[in-house]
Design a protein around this ligand. Structure first.
Ligand SMILES: [Ca+2]
Length: 347
């Protein structure tokens, strides 16, 4: 029987309706027309909604894969069953009433992570669950980081440009280890990549923290027609490189968080993978932690991630789902920042 992916999922729906037994499912062996699969118009969100993330992943491979991946797709389709659909926790822990200073609570639950309209590395869009967590309302500032260094609780780190050292500007020029050390010194931690994305986009799959309207300098510190940093030039050499603004200079976003789009890039905890499809199970389900489930060493993975775009880049880098990989030691040097998260005591 030669079927395309769309036919497969139609069949799967019929099977679900008829509640076939697992044994029966396993005997089903569809072959897949690679060409038709790649031109299927079924959306990943629809597949995820109906059949869970596993089948959405199969769909993504069918649709976007080259011939060799198409063969894998056929194997996956043949082996997949409706019983592998994701199940979610019944409820998330409530937000605590007593929140730490300058932190917000992001209620746990399912949200749409990734996008089918962005670069390959954000695909596919699929539902994942994050537990209730707390998130810094602002990027960590230069002043806060220097205070931590002064108190001998944080590694020495500084931006390389002058005019990036105002107390209320985001701390830029930290590597991933510096960012992690700062958060731990504050009794916090770096957010996972999934947590960061949930905090930026809520549970409705929006493109920017404010919704679908394009990023402009009314909403975020980005590069626009006026230049980098919304035209706010830096002192000294190369003024056109612009500079980050004081944190919280633009309108507040969901959950009371500022600058989740633009201003400084923000390190997150996870190792980088080429796409969520390539990451597989470690990027799916409940509280995904990325490749190697967030282990300190992760063979084959050498980069971490920053999220949210910055003053230096145009608005399309400031989407809720854009992923930028970089080496945790920050070589070559970039002016990246961060904010911290925390697991509430009741969770
Ligand atoms: Ca930011």
């Amino acid at each position: 029987m030669l079927l395309c992916c769309q036919d497969y999922f139609t069949k799967l729906e019929l099977m679900l309706t008829g509640t076939p037994s697992r044994t029966h499912d396993r005997r089903i062996n569809f072959r897949v027309s690679v060409h038709t699969c790649r031109h299927s118009r079924v959306s990943a969100a629809k597949i995820t909604e109906r059949f869970g993330s596993f089948n959405a992943r199969v769909w993504a491979q069918c649709r976007f894969g080259a011939l060799s991946v198409g063969i894998l797709c056929a194997i996956h389709v043949a082996g997949s069953t409706p019983s592998e659909a994701q199940t979610w926790p019944v409820d998330a822990a409530p937000c605590p009433t007593d929140l730490p200073d300058r932190m917000s609570c992001v209620p746990g639950g399912v949200f749409i992570r990734g996008s089918d309209n962005g670069p390959e590395n954000v695909r596919p869009a699929e539902k994942v669950w994050v537990s209730t967590f707390l998130m810094d309302q602002y990027e960590v500032t230069y002043g806060e980081y220097r205070e931590c260094v002064k108190n001998k609780k944080c590694p020495e780190a500084k931006p390389q440009y002058i005019d990036y050292d105002h107390p209320k500007q985001p701390m830029t020029g930290v590597n991933w280890f510096d960012a992690k050390a700062y958060c731990e010194a504050m009794g916090k931690r770096l957010p996972t990549e999934a947590e960061w994305e949930k905090a930026a986009r809520t549970d409705d799959g929006r493109t920017y923290p404010w919704g679908e309207e394009s990023a402009t300098c009314d909403r975020a510190v980005i590069m626009d027609k006026a230049g980098k940093g919304c035209g706010n030039k830096k002192r000294g050499k190369n003024p056109e490189k612009g500079k980050p603004w004081a944190v919280g200079s633009k309108p507040v976003g969901p959950y009371g968080l500022f600058d989740m789009a633009g201003n400084s890039w923000e390190w997150v905890e996870d190792w980088y993978s080429e796409s969520y499809a390539a990451c597989g199970k470690s990027c799916q389900g409940v509280d995904p932690k990325g490749p190697c489930d967030g282990a300190e060493k992760c063979p084959g993975h050498h980069e971490k991630l920053v999220r949210g775009g910055s003053w230096y880049w145009p608005g399309n880098y400031a989407t809720t789902f854009y992923r930028r990989p970089h080496f945790p030691a920050n070589h070559p040097f970039h002016h990246f920042g961060f904010r911290c998260a925390k697991t509430p005591n009741n969770n």
